[in-house]
Write a protein that binds this ligand. Structure first.
Ligand SMILES: Nc1ncnc2c1ncn2[C@@H]1O[C@H](COP(=O)(O)OP(=O)(O)O)[C@@H](O)[C@H]1O
Ligand SMILES: O=C(CO)[C@@H](O)[C@H](O)COP(=O)(O)O
Length: 472
């Protein structure tokens, strides 16, 4: 008899649910619902979207186990009674950039964070958001009895939200908080206190295949869940030599590793993965939305943008887009804006602008790959995923800019698939996750175009800051 498991991806822009065959990973049904826009969101909206995505996926009545993967770092503060204290600040909210600088200095600089925690905090990291809260909303900080992450909160809701003691998480997502150390494999409550101003309840960190209770009213087993990038690596079955490159709201390059990263520059975040290993990761604030913005500027849809980009020459005749539309995290430039360089009468063309957008996105990801390699990751194969991988121009231009063959597995929601694989693992009780085959991949190869990266590198630092107080 076929046993079904479900995986959830509660990511920045939407919630996706896949119901799959626990033995093979084949998708049986799926659903999706949008999240509200913005960098602070009432968690209740995630629950509404989850319910709607579950309904669209035909419900969970016949499902034996469920796990939730989710956007990392988001700060969810709960009071004594388990009520949300204020809307969650998401990973892409930059207001805590100053708090990040302060926290880095207070512990003794980036080296101290990299060596003790594995992560050098930037505005994305939860502990900096707690510091911002303590400084700007002391009443909210004072009422905060527990802090958890988006996926922790949804797992807790699915289990019936039975008291703060029942909150659970996993190593993968805990390692993105800034107060859980990959060196100690434990929370650093002293750093939580440094952020929030007082200690608070944090979710119990479960093992990769440890049961987290059951879905209230249904009885399906709950897995511990994990961060979306750890879930994507599990869903793609990433192994040695694989680098997962994701083009979602964030741009991400990450690799599964036996050893934790300790990057003193802070560019590579030394996260944990969802299998008991590690996930060195480099993330940008700008990725798929670069393409969305280019579509708006050109008045075309994604297919139109792709056609335009592919009709322009490599390097877009010298037109370069530095794509820091939301400020940037890699490099750390939270106040920066995007810019176009190299405009001439010849390059002031829709096709050139489209090409520059695609190349700007890929050049910023190539910088992420370089940083991973500099920290010891070996790149034999790039596994491309996320919504932006649906662009033919991205898939065809990627190998020339990234300098590696790019494998684009058959279009699936790989974060949700990874969460489902975790659920199947918990259900099986086996030592290893089920050996699901990776769906066939389109392999894209091309000669490298180092001149495209060189021109981008020359433009990368030439950006204007945002203007405080000026409406956009
Ligand atoms: N055909 C396409 N070409 C390029 N981008 C696309 C295409 N289809 C969807 N996208 C973009 O992918 C993004 C959503 O990707 P997703 O990985 O689901 O994001 P997230 O996980 O951050 O919510 C959106 O910005 C959307 O516009
Ligand atoms: O901040 C990070 C990783 O450190 C992001 O990857 C978030 O986890 C959001 O992911 P998407 O919703 O963009 O996929």
């Amino acid at each position: 008899m076929t046993r079904l498991v479900a995986g959830v991806d509660t990511s920045t822009q939407s919630c996706k649910v896949v119901v799959v065959d626990a033995a093979t990973g084949d998708v049986v049904r799926q659903g999706r619902a949008s999240h509200p826009d913005g960098t602070e969101v009432d968690p209740a909206a995630w629950l509404v979207a989850l319910r709607s995505a579950i309904d669209e996926a035909g419900g969970l009545d016949d499902v034996a186990a469920v796990s939730v993967g989710g956007q990392q770092h988001g700060m969810v503060c709960l009071d004594d009674a388990g009520a949300v204290v204020r809307p969650a600040l998401l990973w892409n909210d930059n207001r805590s950039a100053g708090a990040a600088l302060d926290l880095v200095a207070e512990l003794g600089g980036p080296e101290a964070w990299a060596e003790q925690i594995g992560v050098v905090p930037v505005a994305s990291v939860t502990v900096t958001k707690l510091r911002w809260l303590a400084e700007h909303e002391p009443d909210h900080a004072g009422r905060t009895a527990a802090v958890c992450l988006p996926h922790d909160w949804l797992t807790w809701q699915l289990a019936g939200a039975r008291g703060l003691d029942a909150l659970v998480t996993d190593r993968g997502d805990a390692s993105g908080t800034g107060y859980w150390s990959t060196v100690d494999d434990a929370y650093r409550h002293d750093l939580l206190v440094r952020g929030l101003g007082h200690d608070a309840q944090v979710p119990t960190v479960l093992g990769p295949r440890q049961e987290a209770g059951a879905v209230a009213g249904l009885g399906a087993i709950l897995g511990p869940g994990t961060g979306d990038n750890a879930a994507a690596a599990l869903g793609l079955g990433a192994g040695p030599g694989d680098v997962v490159v994701s083009i979602g709201t964030s741009g991400v390059a990450c690799a599964v590793s036996e050893v934790p990263a300790r990057d003193h520059s802070g560019i590579v975040a030394g996260f944990a993965d969802a299998t008991g290993r590690y996930l060195p990761l480099v993330a940008t604030l700008n990725a798929a939305r670069i393409l969305d913005a280019a579509c708006r500027m050109l008045g075309v849809d994604h297919d139109g943008l792709s056609r335009l980009a592919l009709s322009a020459p490599a390097g877009a005749g010298g037109l370069v887009m530095v794509p820091y539309l939301e400020g940037e995290r890699t490099p750390v430039k939270p106040d920066s804006t995007a810019s176009l360089h190299g405009l001439t009468l010849d390059t002031a063309e829709p096709a050139h602008l489209a090409r520059a957008a695609v190349e700007g996105l890929l050049c910023s990801l190539a910088d992420c790959l370089d940083a991973l390699e500099a920290q010891g990751s070996v790149v034999r194969r790039v596994l491309l995923t996320g919504g932006g991988a649906a662009s033919e121009a991205v898939r065809r231009i990627a190998p020339s800019v990234l300098g590696h063959p790019v494998h684009v597995p058959h279009r699936l929601e790989y974060v949700a698939r990874g969460a489902a694989r975790q659920a199947a693992w918990v259900l099986s009780g086996e030592a290893e996750p089920p050996a699901w085959e990776l769906p066939t991949a389109e392999v894209s190869e091309a000669d490298p175009t180092p001149q495209v990266r060189a021109r981008y590198a020359a433009a990368r630092e030439l950006t204007l800051d945002r203007t405080p107080g000026v409406a956009s």
